[in-house]
Design a binder for this molecule. Sequence first.
Ligand code: URA
Length: 335
Amino acid sequence: MHIEYSSGFIIYRENKSGKLEFLFLRKKNGDIDIPKGHIEKGENALRAAIRETKEETSLDVKPDRFFNIRRYYWFRFGKETIKKYLTVFLSEYMGGEVKVSSEHEGYEWIEPAKAVAEYSKKHYNSDYIDAAVGYLEKQRLLQELNEAYSRLPETFRKWELSRRFVPGEGPYNAEIMVIGQAPGANEDDSGRPFVGRAGKLLDSLLRSAGIPRKKAYITSVVQFFPYGNRMPTEEEIEACKPFLFKQISIIKPKLVITLGSLASMTVCGVGAIKSNHGTVVKRDGINYFCTMHPAAAVRIKSNMPIIKGDFLKLKPLAKEALSAKKEKGNQNLAS
Ligand code: URA
């Protein structure tokens, strides 16, 4: 059996009426395809997808940081069985004229339902178009919600948190969500969650549970820095909570990891994390895993083995949650 690797881009834009459309190339045999092609020796999947897209459309792309789907299928070429891996990335259309390569007849911008129907007739395992549609819808909903959340300081009675909004970070369709207390000074400076010392520890704890950081959506109960790292007040928590719950309902994770007493109490009613760490709560098809905040282990060394033990215990739940998005394949042995 021969193995081949290829990669490509789903490119999207909003048309003049605000409707989503995808870019497809029309092949000489009449079929449509996304820009994609072989990964050459020494190239990684992303580099190859950028190069192939440039060669086939003359467009530059701006890859989404988190969307990355790998599928495989088999086909027969003469007497040989070929297993082909395909990695698909996502990019917004960055402008510029589409100029197709000589192997294509032309190009079309196609709306989602029509694209899925036509593409899936000829491409095995092509659920990545559907996945992109779902992902972009979640992106739209979260951006809209975060836009309103970022304006909370304007309407709150007496705002005493930083005015810099630190939105969650990760795939909009993540199977795993991580929720901390509130951003610290480093997060307030950078506008990104968990980038300080607690963030570095979180990354390694996630890795120990088999969760690459880029697979999780990482955020906090309160998404503005409480100066001096003070505990957010009841009133601040109450004002921020509805936004967090809406974020969870848009992302629809399978597993939520709450870090520290505030997150565990707010999200699943589990307090006193020192004695209740490692608790799993099942609600509405979601597993909630309550553990300590990594900052507590950075500050107090005796907490380190406790939090490390919790993340090892988390491994099977994480595996179960991530398996839904695992590389899928199917067989097409027709010549
Ligand atoms: N601690 C949190 O709870 N959230 C962050 O974003 C950073 C540190």
